[in-house]
Write a protein that binds this ligand. Structure first.
Ligand code: PRX
Length: 682
């Protein structure tokens, strides 16, 4: 793995010392400021008569144009200033921000900080091997990025091309993302847990000529053969001309004519790389995510608006101050890693942790040992990990000094009250606000969170609560009418555009319009349901479409069905999300599959389940495997042949009174069979 020094261990020690003196003492010396209006938005001084968080939020939605104008000028470095703040029309699905402006995202994330504080630590790579963290300064990260940018350019990658990055969370992955931004190529980071087929599908859709990967991944003490997965994937990707392979381990892997060792190639390159002048609305990256159909969608984010929104939310939702160490433990393969491990913190000149390991490796104290060792100020994680850690007991947390912590963040799925309280009381010793942040790949950054708020404003456990500046959430009823009162539930939509929102689906603008803008004309539809309390706070209640949230991982039921139906024994299948309610852990979703076998097939249920699980993990990823498989003679369908998933959901939820109108059922006996099958299984 790339280390700008001949001896890796020497560099670890040297950079550790440098990190301590340059950045950490600063953190220790600086006092913590509380939440006050000037602290959360210094620009508010420029908005006449606006004081305090709530007034600033009102202003940001009623005077969006001048709010975003001021913030964009102040927060981003422009090569050429923009002519227009926005040209958006939600009824048409048209979203354009800061047109006429030119900038370079990598310059905003690196060069401008190198000018002021080159030796500030940009990245702390918390490697899988505990206690072997490596620090990279802004100067070093810029050099790495420039070498990579030059390398990509020399190998023919041009502005407008798309580079696929299939790497674990590590400095070279971050530098690869920034190198793409530097030369004007889009990146397409694919989560390194995805199978070769899932990777191939994403490479093909993005039409990438170039893939960047590692020889092997290391996570939780286990080796994964990532280069081998890439080899298998590119066999069905005719656009791929070259694969760059970084060396995470010593192991030599098979290399073909198309493959290059990344570190060797980088050494040939100059440390200065001319940044491309990008239009605000040029593509910055694609990120694939699951939707209601079988095909994952490549959401497109563009340059200025995305970066501005990631930076602003990072600073104000988490109360990030210069000199803080920000620890987001999400993988860079997800939007959380993009916005809050890479772009937000770096745009703010922050120090960001790259977490390569798991919460339980080598033991369940891993997160908190890391917090103590790296003096992390803001910790951002997922409810699923918190639930897991609760089971191991408080002693794993209390063993470590967590006095550096000021804010605890949560993302990906609803956080149940027990987990919220444990996080607050045990991890945060009752002194750190817990911010439950609601957002999506589509929104680019956090849209609803308890912070920023007025000083001492309440935080309700398990609620995302308050819209961020410029965000105007609304709820709709089933007829598409706006719900104006409080203490009500409905479909969560956004009434105003904001700079961080996705612009389209790669190669499928029609699907973009149909999914997000046509269900409620004039609004952006999130796909989630929400409750608005009497006080006007928001609580997310879950997906309204055929998307399942499995421990924070999003997966479309149709994607899983596609794979199950490929099994030679299976005639057809239907997959639904099953809300599992475990005492003390709240409600969370599991994958429940109904499977109809082909006529004459005789197979043991255990064998079938083994076969189906291995197919799903091979074709998608392990997390998508069904937790329950129920064999059925047939599925309940309408007379026009549509599977009645609503009925299946009710059966699995044991809500037989709520089966609803069955008059369109083709054969009502099918429902009785499903009920009996479910009773047997449970
Ligand atoms: O259903 C919501 C859930 O995760 C979905 C977005 O998934 P993805 O695009 O993969 O992004 C995850 C990280 C931002 C949402 O539509 N979700 C996300 N955060 C929360 C949440 N559900 C409840 N509470 C949250 N805080």
């Amino acid at each position: 793995m790339w280390l700008p020094c001949r001896c890796a261990t020497k560099y670890v020690v040297a950079s550790f010392r440098r990190g301590v003196s340059a950045s950490f003492l600063h953190v220790l010396r600086r006092g913590r400021s509380s939440w006050n209006s000037a602290a959360f938005m210094p620009e508010s001084a420029g908005f006449e008569g606006v004081s305090g968080r709530d007034a600033l939020h009102d202003y940001s939605v009623s005077h969006g144009e001048s709010f975003w104008d001021a913030v964009a000028r102040q927060r981003l470095s422009w090569i050429r200033p923009f002519d227009a703040v926005q040209d958006c029309d939600l009824s048409q699905g048209r979203i354009k921000w800061f047109e006429g402006g030119k900038l370079n995202v990598s310059v905003n994330c690196l060069d401008r900080h190198v000018h002021t504080c080159p030796e500030r630590v940009a990245l702390i790579w918390e490697r899988d091997e505990q206690g072997s963290e490596v620090r990279y300064t802004y100067r070093e990260l810029l050099e790495m990025t420039c070498r990579l940018g030059n390398l990509l350019r020399r190998h023919g990658v041009k502005k407008g091309d798309c580079v696929t990055i299939y790497m674990p969370t590590c400095p070279l992955a971050v530098a690869s993302m920034l190198a793409c931004a530097r030369i004007g190529a889009a990146h397409n980071v694919v989560f390194a847990g995805f199978s070769s087929e899932a990777l191939a599908e994403r490479i093909r859709d993005a039409q990438s000529s170039t893939v960047i990967t590692v020889n092997q991944g290391v996570r939780g003490g286990k080796i994964t053969e990532l280069k081998r997965t890439v080899d298998a994937a590119v066999q069905s990707c005719p656009t791929v001309r070259q694969v760059f392979v970084a060396m995470r381990t010593e192991k030599r892997v098979e290399m073909t004519d198309r493959d290059f060792t990344l570190e060797e190639e980088m050494l040939k390159e100059d440390v200065v790389c001319e940044p491309a002048a990008m239009d605000s609305e040029d593509v910055l990256f694609l990120l694939y995510t699951s939707g209601s159909t079988g095909k994952p969608k490549g959401l497109v984010h563009t340059q200025a608006g995305y970066l501005l929104y990631a930076a602003l939310t990072h600073r104000y939702v988490f109360g990030y101050h210069d000199g803080d160490v920000f620890g987001c433990v999400a993988d860079i393969g997800w939007i959380t890693g993009h916005s809050y491990t890479v772009y937000g913190p770096l745009a703010n000149g922050g120090t960001t942790v790259l977490f390569e390991s798991t919460p339980v490796y080598p033991d369940p104290g891993r997160y908190w040992d890391m917090v103590e060792r790296l003096r992390i100020n803001q910790f951002y994680g997922a409810p699923t990990a918190i639930r897991l850690l609760i089971k191991y007991g408080d002693q794993w947390v209390k063993k470590y000094d967590r006095s550096s912590l000021t804010t605890l963040g949560s993302v990906g799925e609803p956080i149940n009250t027990e987990a919220w309280e444990w996080y607050n009381r045990v991890v945060g010793e009752g002194r750190c606000p817990v911010v439950d942040t609601w957002w999506q790949t589509e929104t680019g950054g956090i849209c609803i969170a308890p912070k920023p708020s007025e000083p001492d404003a309440e935080i309700v456990p398990g609620m995302a609560m308050r819209p961020f500046f410029g965000i105007k959430p609304v709820l709709m009823d089933t007829e598409g009418k706006l719900l104006t009162s409080n203490n009500t539930s409905g479909a969560l939509c956004m009434a105003l555009p904001w700079p961080g929102m996705a612009r389209t689906i790669h190669n499928n603008h029609q699907r973009f319009l149909e999914t997000y803008f046509q269900p409620y004309p004039g609004y952006f539809f999130t796909g989630d349901g929400a409750y608005r309390s009497q006080e006007g706070y928001y609580q997310i209640t879950g997906r309204l479409d055929d998307v399942i949230n499995v421990s924070g991982h999003r997966i479309g039921t149709a994607e899983i069905e596609d794979v199950l139906n490929q099994c030679s024994a299976v005639a057809e299948s239907a997959v639904i999300g099953y809300s599992h309610n475990i005492k003390g852990q709240g409600k969370y979703q599991r994958v429940y599959a109904f499977v109809v076998l082909k006529k004459g097939v005789d197979i043991q249920e255990a064998d079938l389940s083994k076969q189906l699980n291995s197919m799903v993990s091979e074709k998608i990823a392990k997390y998508a495997c069904p937790d329950f498989i129920q064999l059925a003679k047939r599925l309940p369908k309408t007379r026009s042949g549509k599977i009645m998933r609503r009925v299946l959901r009710k059966v699995v939820d044991c809500d037989l009174d709520g089966l609803g109108d069955l008059s369109t059922l083709d054969d009502p006996a099918a429902v009785q069979e499903i009920i009996e099958g479910h009773e047997k299984l449970s």
